[in-house]
Design a protein around this ligand. Structure first.
Ligand code: AQP
Length: 335
């Protein structure tokens, strides 16, 4: 019998090694929500090729992203976990939705503008159409809720617009999904440029805590984190983005509120704060790293998860694609 829980869909690109931003802004929330939602998590490898990937490294990164999600607490017996490229319905629906998305809408996407600047030598059509594939990912599963970090908000909004447009033309084909942003910590910032998002593809590796970083590297990166010339530890996003970022990370990991941390660190120096954040992150990541290495030692477990995910994702995606094809006058794709 189909679950009555609300359907949650989210994804993560294996476009590099996963970061503390990916964990605190997304994966950690999915692990909590998987108990209350019918949770679908996709390793979005098709999205990742919108920038050039070395095929050998990329093959491995896909497994790494899968293993890290599981090591972080995504339970494949509770959540449907799969690899995007193994479920052809995503690209099939994406093509259809391309025909219902305006170039003007895509031109407004901040992520496209930023990535077009960063990858000026390779502004490919896939990069431009990235939000359309993401809309297909989400809409295929009749998703109710999409938990993402702040950077993805615009993509969920365009997904809703596309769904509404399609439904207006052809009837109630798609569930119109709701965005779910974490109430706090939706955007973890780069350690040395705290007005910019922490991203796995950042060229400055000191900006980023990777989930598989060694303890000594984590400590060194936090020690080098940019703060400010004041000496007081309080949360002020505008004037003290570096300190605010450190407090946010510490709060999310320890469960202490920002107010509690401000009291705790009254009169203390930035050095102490940085060391404590590093210690908290190292302790949080250690069991996850251990589990990750166990999972990577035996690919048969991960391959089993992928095969189960592939079969079930196709089963769940196919009826939506069939409804779309039927609405458009194609031969029904029902399997
Ligand atoms: N710094 C962040 N703070 C909070 N949430 C974040 N997310 C990413 N970075 C942060 C959230 O993680 C989920 C998966 O993201 P993604 O890997 O699919 O794509 P992205 O947002 O483009 O992540 P990156 O790390 O910045 O990748 P690159 O460098 O390849 O572009 C999403 O929910 C995202 O919001």
């Amino acid at each position: 019998m189909q679950s009555k829980k609300k359907i949650l869909f989210s994804g993560i690109q294996p476009s590099g090694d996963l970061t503390l931003g990916n964990f605190l802004g997304a994966i950690k929330n999915w692990t909590k929500m998987q108990h209350d939602y019918d949770c679908i998590i996709c390793v979005a490898d098709l999205h990742a090729i919108t920038v050039r990937q070395d095929p050998k490294i990329f093959f491995d990164q896909r497994y790494s992203a899968l293993a890290l999600n599981i090591a972080c607490g995504i339970d494949p017996s509770k959540s449907l976990v799969f690899m995007q490229s193994q479920v052809p319905e995503h690209t099939q629906l994406s093509w259809v939705l391309n025909c219902y998305t305006q170039v003007g809408e895509l031109n407004r996407m901040t992520q496209f503008k930023e990535k077009a600047k960063k990858y000026a030598h390779n502004i490919n059509a896939g990069l431009f159409g990235y939000p359309v594939l993401q809309a297909a990912d989400i809409l295929l599963y009749q998703t109710n809720v999409v938990p993402v970090g702040k950077d993805q908000q615009q993509h969920i909004e365009i997904t809703r617009d596309i769904a509404l447009r399609f439904n207006n033309l052809y009837g109630e084909i798609f569930t119109v999904p709701e965005l779910s942003l974490p109430s706090f910590g939706a955007k973890i910032m780069a350690l040395q440029e705290p007005t910019k998002k922490m991203s796995k593809s950042d060229e400055n590796k000191n900006n980023v805590i990777f989930l598989l970083d060694k303890a000594e590297d984590i400590l060194n990166k936090f020690k080098r984190a940019v703060t400010d010339s004041e000496k007081s530890i309080h949360f002020d996003l505008e004037k003290k983005p570096g300190v605010a970022n450190l407090l946010t990370i510490l709060s999310l990991i320890t469960g202490n509120t920002i107010a509690q941390l401000e009291t705790l660190y009254q009169g203390q120096g930035y050095g102490k704060l940085k060391n404590d954040v590093a210690d908290a992150v190292i302790a949080c990541l250690a069991p996850m790293q251990k589990r990750y290495h166990e999972l990577r030692a035996d690919l048969s477990v991960l391959n089993g998860v992928l095969e189960h995910g592939r079969v079930h994702a196709i089963k769940r995606a196919a009826p939506t694609l069939a409804a779309v094809y039927t609405a458009l006058g194609f031969v029904s794709a029902a399997k």
